[in-house]
Ligand binder design. Structure first.
Ligand SMILES: N[C@H](CCC[C@H](N)C(=O)O)C(=O)O
Length: 278
């Protein structure tokens, strides 16, 4: 299987061009290639596929083999791959994902390679049934108490196609992400588990985020998570609707625009290509 290793702000995936390659058991392949000692090493597997509804289609699998509806850092890399490798020839493209069809704007460098991508991530979904969470279907979850191991956290939740639980903390560098992340990920109020973002407010326009990803553990960045953080900051009155988010592996710009759409802008990088026997 031919593959290309790419990352967005350090959130790295193995990408397979399914215009020419076939992947029969993507869940198993994701587990195998993701392993950082016995595989290629990545946070998961992303398939770049033909679509009958858009220019390109993305399927994304976490390192534990579970499939996610959406991946913000992944979709930027899919766009870069599609442009740089001649699958698309324009700088405004559409992509089919589990979160619907998204539109992306590509920014190229002097060598005509994509360097940065702006994604219309769609409208955040805020009700418990949409996230999904147990409890009153139509209710929103803003600053709601949640007790974990004798500590009360306050959670704000949103779906960007995939579920997110945002928690604001005072000192994110020293926060025990590995201790609390998995408990919240697997908490019974999230029937399809959840991604968890721990966030420190720096100012009304700047935050610092660490991410515990559903199915992958702590990662260096999460684009859908950074988008959910932009929404959660605004809903709690802590930040403006336009912020710079410092993730562990790089920065993302987020804007929850007046039209209700969430725009995410960030880097996309190709690292290397190779072949692996599956
Ligand atoms: N890192 C990804 C999100 C992966 C989400 C995945 N862990 C899930 O199960 O939803 C991002 O940049 O948006």
């Amino acid at each position: 299987m031919k593959f290309t290793k790419m990352h967005g702000a350090g959130n790295d995936y193995v990408y397979v061009n399914c215009f020419s390659e076939r992947v029969d058991n993507p869940a198993d392949v994701a587990i195998k290639v993701s392993n950082r000692n016995f595989g290629i090493g990545s946070d998961g597997l992303i398939l770049i596929m033909p679509s009958d509804k858009a220019d390109v289609r993305m399927r994304m699998f976490n390192s534990d083999g579970s499939e996610s509806e959406m991946c913000g850092n992944g979709i930027r890399c899919v766009a870069k791959y599609a442009y740089d490798h001649g699958i698309v020839g324009k700088k405004e493209i559409s992509a089919e994902t589990g979160a619907g069809i998204l539109t992306l704007q590509l920014f190229t460098n002097e060598a005509n390679k994509v360097e940065k991508v702006r994604v219309n991530m769609g409208r955040p979904r805020l009700t418990r049934s949409e996230i999904p969470m147990t409890g009153e279907a139509g209710a929103k979850v803003i600053n709601e108490p949640l007790n974990i191991l004798h500590t009360t956290f306050h959670i704000t939740c949103a779906s960007m196609g995939n579920p997110h639980c945002v928690i604001f903390v005072d000192d994110v560098e020293n926060f025990q992400v590995e201790k609390y992340g998995p408990i919240i990920e697997n908490h019974e109020i999230f029937p399809r588990r959840t991604n968890v973002e721990f966030v420190q407010i720096i100012s009304r326009t700047e935050v610092r985020q660490r991410t515990w990803e559903r199915g992958a553990g702590e990662t260096l960045a999460c684009g859908t998570g950074a988008s959910a953080v932009c929404v959660a900051g605004a809903l709690n009155g802590l930040t403006e609707k336009k912020i710079l988010n410092h993730l562990s592996g790089g920065d993302l710009e987020l804007e929850w625009a007046e039209d209700g759409f969430l725009y995410m802008t960030g880097p996309a990088v190709e690292v290397f290509s190779g072949e692996i026997e599956i």
